[in-house]
Design a binder for this molecule. Structure first.
Ligand code: 9MR
Length: 460
């Protein structure tokens, strides 16, 4: 987060490259005639964050402010994770305990710790029916709606530029087969409360990705179908939404759905990022380990699944401590689930979803690019699809000219040369090589108007 105004994936990847360089030095990789001989295993990340970064993803954890003085906890946190979600400290009861009086002390401690350790932050959660302070629980109608807008504005403005993604709205749909909204005081202010929350968050923190987050939406069911319909509607109408969070709290009663990956994929196909936001899986030993590996493989198989967050560090830190659902035991030792997660991130035996071409395609000029735009008043998100020609690509650059007054806020899966005017978007390390006819997508968010975007693609 060195420059929150124009963020790309580069800080994380740069960190990963530094870690990789360290691994190469410490493992004594061969350097002959200026060429590094890199066996496949030599690129394996040795921590969750490094391994995930090698795959273009983050690996995060929920953090509790009152544990930041525990050296074992902090040691694991800063060794293994590159994304942090305050577990309770950014919720409404914590940040606005009485109306218009804001308290950010504990949340600030987590953000400061993350920044000091090169980690990004997921903000959780701006609008939710639970963990509301008493004064909110006593409001209704237009007074509650105004309080919600004020809360989102103040909290998201306070952290403006410091948050990778906000869980703008949490758990707004009912369980069971109804596909209805959850009844709550917020819902009773009017069905449009969710889109008002998203528009308010965009105005307050335009550089942050804005997510809808829920549980029991991990497979295709009536609840996830209802969320899917809402996201599709928001995309169609230009309501700003960038990501959907799948909490993924699993146990015997709520196992990993067989169609977990397919469900992530169908949301991704709507043009939003998908993120696994609160992962924990009750169990132990090899069964738990294999379940963690399944989740990791599902995310890696979905190009727009940008990261995984586990809901705590040690089993003893979990909201479900009795179910020992996390990656480290109470003493901070790595469990089999940790090793399985790391191995899965490092590739394991998982077949890649888009196998790289078996021979290096000759350099060619052939690729094409097309743009789709979701605009709202004052900003837009563009998704650019790159398609390789018959020769495939070893790398690509997409050029386009932003309309006067338009400025890049945030770019994913590509590296921009400038933030306004004529911009060259260069591939990042993991999406430059495309086989003949293969496609990949990158995107960006900008302030201002999109106008007509005419991307041109050059392959190398
Ligand atoms: O882990 C959180 C726990 O410490 C709190 O007591 C609880 C209160 O509601 O919230 C837990 O986190 C929840 C998260 O904010 C939203 N999804 C479900 C999580 C587990 O309950």
């Amino acid at each position: 987060m060195s420059n929150p105004a124009v963020r790309t994936d580069r800080p994380t990847r740069a960190r990963a490259r530094r870690r990789l360089a360290l691994v190469l030095v410490t493992t004594g990789a061969l350097v002959a005639g200026g060429t590094i001989a890199l066996a496949p295993s030599a690129s394996a990340g040795t921590t969750l964050a490094a391994a995930a970064a090698e795959r273009g993803r983050y690996f995060g954890t929920a953090v509790a402010a009152n544990k930041l003085s525990d050296p074992v906890y902090v040691g694991i946190l800063n060794r293994e994770f590159d994304m942090v979600t305050p577990e309770n400290e950014m919720k409404w009861d914590a940040t606005e305990p009485s109306q218009n009086t804001f308290t950010f002390g504990n949340a600030d401690r987590i953000v400061a710790s993350a920044q000091a350790n090169g980690q990004r932050v997921r903000g959780h959660a701006l609008a939710w029916h639970s963990q509301q302070p008493g004064w909110v629980q006593n409001l209704s109608g237009s007074a509650l709606r105004a309080a919600m807008v004020n809360h989102i504005t103040r909290v998201a403005s306070y952290y403006r530029g410091k948050i990778y993604a906000w869980d703008v709205v949490n758990e707004a749909f009912a369980d069971g087969g109804s596909g209805a909204r959850r009844d709550s005081n917020l819902q009773r202010t009017g069905n449009d409360w969710i889109e008002v929350a998203f528009r308010t968050a965009r105005a307050a923190d335009p550089g942050a990705k804005l997510c809808y987050n829920d549980y029991n939406t991990d497979g295709q069911n009536a609840k996830s179908n209802a969320v899917y319909a809402m996201v599709a509607d928001f995309k169609a109408r230009g309501v700003p939404i960038d990501c959907v969070g799948f909490q993924s709290h699993f146990n015997a009663q709520s196992p990993i759905p067989a169609d977990y990956q397919a469900n992530l994929q169908r949301f991704a196909d709507l043009g939003v990022e998908v993120q696994i936001t609160e992962l924990d899986i009750e169990g132990s030993g090899t069964t738990q380990a294999e379940n963690y590996a399944r989740v990791v493989r599902a995310c890696l198989a979905v190009a727009r699944c940008t990261g995984i967050t586990v809901w705590g560090i040690r089993d003893s830190d979990s909201w479900r401590a009795g179910g020992t659902p996390l990656l480290f035991d109470a003493s901070g030792n790595k469990k089999p689930a940790y090793t399985a997660t790391l191995n899965a991130l490092n590739g394991g035996t998982t077949p890649p979803t888009t196998p790289p071409p078996t021979t290096t395609p000759p350099p060619g000029t052939g690729c094409s690019a097309s743009a789709t735009v979701n605009a709202w008043n004052g900003g837009f998100v563009a998704t650019i699809r790159v398609t390789a020609g018959a020769a495939g690509t070893n790398g690509w650059t997409v050029g386009l000219t932003l309309q006067s007054g338009a400025t890049l806020v945030n770019t994913w899966n590509a590296s921009p040369s400038a933030s306004s005017g004529a911009v060259q978007f260069r591939n990042v390390s993991y999406n430059g090589r495309l086989g003949a006819g293969q496609t990949t997508e990158f995107g960006f968010q900008a302030n201002g108007s999109a106008g007509t975007l005419t991307p041109t693609c050059t392959a190398s």
